[in-house]
Ligand binder design. Sequence first.
Ligand code: FES
Length: 569
Amino acid sequence: MSKERRNRDWYGKLDRDGFIHRSWMKNQGFPDHVFDGRPIIGICNTWSELTPCNSGLRELAEGVKRGVWEAGGFPVEFPVMSLGETQMKPTAMLFRNLLAMDVEESIRAYGMDGVVLLGGCDKTTPGQLMGAASVDLPTIVVSSGPMLNGKWQGADIGSGTDVWKFSEAVRAGDMSLQDFLAAESGMSRSKGVCMTMGTASTMASLVEAMGLSLPMNAALPAVDARRMALAHLTGNRIVDMVREDLKLSDVLTRASFENAILVNAAVGGSTNAVVHLLALAGRVGVDLRLEDFELGCEIPLLVNCMPSGKYLMEDFCYAGGVPVVLSELAPQLRKARTVMGADISEYVEGAKCWNRNVIRAIDNPLKPAAGLRVLRGNLAPDGAIIKPSAASDQLLEHEAEAFVFDNIEDMKANIDRDDLPVTPDTILVLKGCGPKGYPGMPEVGNMPIPARLVREGVRDMVRLSDARMSGTAFGTVVLHIAPEAQAGGPLALVKTGDRIRLSAAKGQLELLVSPDELARRRETFQPDEPHYTRGYAKLYTDHVLQADRGADLDFLVGKDTRPVTRESH
Ligand code: FES
């Protein structure tokens, strides 16, 4: 039984308000009959030339529109803020919550009955979902899709992951600057998101695993004609979702979040998924905690894609994509409804793996346990995380002296000093890069290895911070330490020379300094002056929650599904 549609409130009235709503829309050439009460589908588009990863979304919007018209709906495309991960300063994450506000208020304020979210680049997917979740209309996702595999000097190269490797090779003197610059053009050969299993492809995979998109949404390359067909079919489906009143909260259940955690482990997904899933859960009232990510701990690594493996998203697509991963995990998958209306097991039907080098069988994994580890201890009372699949096994149990950088400027100014008093065993600590401190919690947690050690052949060290790390990055990197230094967390009290113990196996992160000494240090602790005193950045700094709460703004948690009843005309 269909719920009363919102569009009748905008376009169904035979009074002055109805005249105004319809008449102005007619300036685009829409005839009378499209205002007959048919489902109005908002196409929420993050297309932008400043977000190269989303630059194909204009074409995909046309595909969605075809599908909506065909199914008897009325499609209306609207823009929202776009977040270009590689282009925005200080960090796109600062603006994820602003995008979420933009999406939420746009959906609520206009007379649509269902929404198609067009996103892709890292923060656009969670930002759009968070906003949409707080309104809770029928909602479905179409992602940008990954770029074609990078190609250079006869080999495949992966966005992000190979940039980190190349820049370290230049610093070590193993790669010429000329070659480094020449690789740029080969890396990004088509529209689409990073073609490694970075944050964008991770979030698209989780969207699919949570049943928020049609099957194969994550892996089909951006320029594959089948993605346009998927957009068309998505347009068909959202119209029926409105008719069935299948809302976002019907799909975003605890079970679907648990499936996302399982799949994130199996695909070797980004650490950023943690903050995004926590924030999204907060919007729909699912009590998801950092500890819940331990569900993935024993899940094996099945997908052999960078940064945890060697292949790229195009290979993942041709091997069978997310449906194959879901079929391998089938015995552990939770029952969860999808945008198709039935259980997630429907996505597995007919799934077949075409390349076992790229997607391993559950009994022949790349690594036996790939999930993120949640760490706690006196250095991270509210938690921290590490991604063992991207770390060096021999460093996952490690105790050594710390070398501390007080902020990003300190780190950049000093990391390559030849007289930096560090050894390969030293634990590098970076403060001031959490949600409030930077602000925006940038992807700087995988700070570079000191140049002198790089020249000696060192490629990994234990690094700790309150920052995040790019989903394309790798290393033995402890991230998201909460509370952050700027909020007065124990990280603020660490000094160079302190000993720190990391045990990924036990989930421990301990600062080996006596409580009395820490209490003395706390007496003199002063947070830094805020970097911003006005505008959105001030609002963000004043209200952002810590990483263990998903770094959402405190006043955005939850939803408001009340109808808009006030008229302004
Ligand atoms: Fe946009 Fe990687 S920078 S997806």
